[in-house]
Every structure is written in structure tokens, then in C-alpha cells.
Design a protein around this ligand. Structure first.
Ligand code: COA
Length: 260
């Protein structure tokens, strides 16, 4: 069964993350499905905007930690550029149509960093965002080491990227990651209404405007993604990351006291 549900209706291509039994953790196959869906949306003239949603109570708990342990080379490795994770990142970066995210519940790891690359982000009042890469023995990804300090300054970025502190939907709006907070029951319909507004706008002007808005930082973002990706991939096999992953599945706090 596919854990990514796709539908195109009234000019909006919806990508719904649907693996609630694992809190919408993203597997390699799910990244590939999302990359393919984004590219299909770009190619389909009937699509004016893309909507990314999760399930009530969870957007995504981030990368599947089982995959981190079992298939580190599928996440990155020497074939990193061809890996489904990087294909997804690249496809979202290259999507020239507006991308709207509707975030309910947990948005962890790439659940938060992908929002940095969406054009509109609506968060539910139950949303909890977090980028606990360092807590997992890893490093920030998807250009978050560049874009998060840029958005909110080094000090507030350090809380989120070094300490891994979760933050509220109100804080997400205040620091510029999200547009607005809505009641959880309304966030998906509000996001869809915003996406549907592009049916009434001139499509090629929208695409050109989006390209211009992204162009000044495009090369830098790609460079940082590659630099982060190499470190991230190497760290997936590190003893610190192994301890963090095992602790997660053993439902205990990790113990980093033996590392220097
Ligand atoms: N990878 C793999 N499995 C995951 C997962 C992930 N990222 N997130 C949740 N799951 C699994 C749990 O192992 C559990 O499986 P089980 O029922 O077989 O034991 C199931 O999903 C439910 O998760 P649980 O932790 O019991 O739910 P919760 O409501 O108590 O907490 C979260 C929800 C999202 C806060 C918590 O699951 C979490 O912190 N997940 C990991 C987030 C993370 O570090 N992601 C990586 C970022 S780089």
C-alpha cells in the first residue's frame, strides 16, 4: 500500500503523507513517490499549485529512523545525488509552481526543513515543529544550516538546530517559517483555498515570479545541501548516531557521556 496519496482536483495537485501508524515517518519509497509527484505536477498543465498535507495530528515525524539504520547508503552515500531523499529535495526546490503546506501535529526533521522550501505554510494550533538533527548525532540538512539562521538570527537558530528545541506554531509564524496559525480542523481547507487562488492568476507570470524570488540564493542553497548531505551521510554510521537511533527504538534517553 502506498503511503503517499495523490490527487489532482480543481488545479491543485495534493501530496498527502499517509502512514499514521508510524507517525508519517518517511521511507525511501515515500521520498521517491513525492519526488515523482512533484515532477508530474510541474509537467501537468492542469496543475496550478501543489498542496502538501499530512494526517490529523501528524504532518511527519521525519525520516524513518529504521531506514537511517538499515539503509544509510539509500539516504546518501556515494550515489547521494540519485538517492530518493535528494531527488525529493531537488524536485521541491525545482518546482516552479506554488507549493502550499498544511501542517498539523508533529513536523520533525525534514518535516520542518521542507517547509523552508514551500511558498506558503499554514500551521495548525496543534503543530509542533522541531529539527533534532544534532540530538540524533547528525547535522542539519536541506539547507537549514543556512536558511534557519538567515530567517531568525544565529541565537534563535541555535536553540532549534543545536539544542533541537521544539517550537510552537506561533513561534513558527513569528520567525517567518509559517504564514499563519489556524484551528487544526481548518488548516487543510484554508491551505487548499490559497492553492486554488492560483487558478485565477496568470500561470506563467506566477512561475517566472517564483523563479525570480528563488534565483539569488539558488546556487548557494544547492551548495549547502551538498555540503550538509556529505556530512549527514557520513554521520549516519557514527557511534553517536547509532546510540541515538537505538535509544529511540528502545524508548530510552540516549547516553552520549562516553563520547568526546
Ligand atoms: N522513524 C521510524 N519510526 C517512527 C518514527 C520515525 N521517525 N517516528 C515514529 N515512529 C514509530 C515509533 O517507533 C512507533 O512505532 P511502534 O508503534 O512500532 O512502537 C510509532 O511510530 C508511534 O510513535 P510514538 O513515538 O509511539 O508516538 P508518540 O505520539 O509518542 O510520539 C513523535 C510522536 C513524532 C513525537 C515521536 O514518534 C518521535 O519523536 N519520532 C521521531 C522523530 C525524529 O527524531 N525523527 C527524525 C528526524 S531527523
Amino acid at each position: 500500500m502506498s503511503h503517499i496519496k495523490l490527487a489532482t482536483l480543481d488545479g491543485v495537485a495534493t501530496i498527502e503523507i499517509a502512514r499514521p501508524e508510524k507517525k508519517n515517518a518517511l521511507t525511501v519509497a515515500m521520498y521517491q513517490a513525492m519526488a515523482d509527484a512533484l515532477r508530474a505536477a510541474v509537467a501537468d498543465p492542469a496543475v496550478r499549485a501543489v498542496l502538501i498535507t499530512g494526517q490529523p495530528g501528524v504532518f511527519t515525524s521525519g525520516n524513518d529512523i529504521d531506514d537511517f539504520m538499515a539503509r544509510p547508503s539509500a539516504i546518501g552515500g556515494s550515489e547521494a545525488k540519485a538517492s530518493p531523499v535528494f531527488q525529493f529535495m531537488r524536485a521541491l526546490l525545482e518546482c516552479d509552481k506554488p507549493v502550499v503546506a498544511a501542517v498539523t501535529g508533529a513536523a520533525i526533521g525534514i518535516g520542518t526543513t521542507m517547509l523552508l522550501h514551500c511558498d506558503f505554510v499554514f500551521v495548525a494550533d496543534d503543530a509542533r515543529l522541531a529539527m533534532p538533527f544534532v540530538s540524533l548525532g547528525l547535522v542539519p540538512e536541506y539547507a537549514s544550516s543556512l536558511l534557519v539562521p538567515q530567517l531568525m538570527g544565529h541565537r534563535r537558530a541555535a536553540e532549534k538546530l543545536l539544542l533541537g528545541d521544539p517550537f510552537t506554531p506561533e513561534q513558527a509564524v513569528e520567525c517567518g517559517i509559517a504564514n499563519a496559525v489556524l484551528p487544526a480542523a481548518e488548516v487543510a481547507s484554508h491551505a487548499r483555498r490559497v492553492a486554488e487562488r492560483f487558478n485565477a492568476l496568470p500561470p506563467s507570470a506566477v512561475r517566472e515570479a517564483k523563479r525570480l524570488m528563488r534565483a539569488p540564493q539558488r546556487e548557494q542553497v544547492l551548495r549547502v545541501i551538498a555540503e550538509e548531505g556529505a556530512l549527514f551521510t557520513a554521520r549516519l554510521r557514527s557511534p553517536e548516531a547509532m546510540e541515538a537511533f537505538q535509544a529511540f527504538f528502545q524508548k530510552r534517553a540516549p547516553d552520549f557521556s562516553k563520547f568526546s
